[in-house]
Design a protein around this ligand. Structure first.
Ligand code: ZN
Length: 74
């Protein structure tokens, strides 16, 4: 188990260039992986890219809470 310190790791995100929305990726979190799949599905015909958080955090909107609440409702 590797201890992650803030600032040590580069956060990778899935980002839609058309909608200006993003969700962060965590390969160790299964729920997160499903959320990423949901995000990919919702933006299937858009330009979805995997980038570092710092490249999008200023201009893009984080939609994690939105997607998470949709999961809880189901
Ligand atoms: Zn989109």
């Amino acid at each position: 188990m590797v201890t992650k310190k803030k600032g040590d790791i580069i956060i990778r995100v899935r980002a839609c260039n058309k909608c200006k929305e993003y969700i962060s990726i965590d390969v160790e979190d299964l729920t997160r992986q499903e959320m990423v799949q949901e995000f990919d599905g919702a933006h299937r015909n858009h330009t979805v890219v995997t980038v570092n958080l710092e490249e999008v955090e200023k201009d893009f909107k984080n939609v994690e809470d939105q997607i998470r609440s949709a999961f809880i409702e189901i």
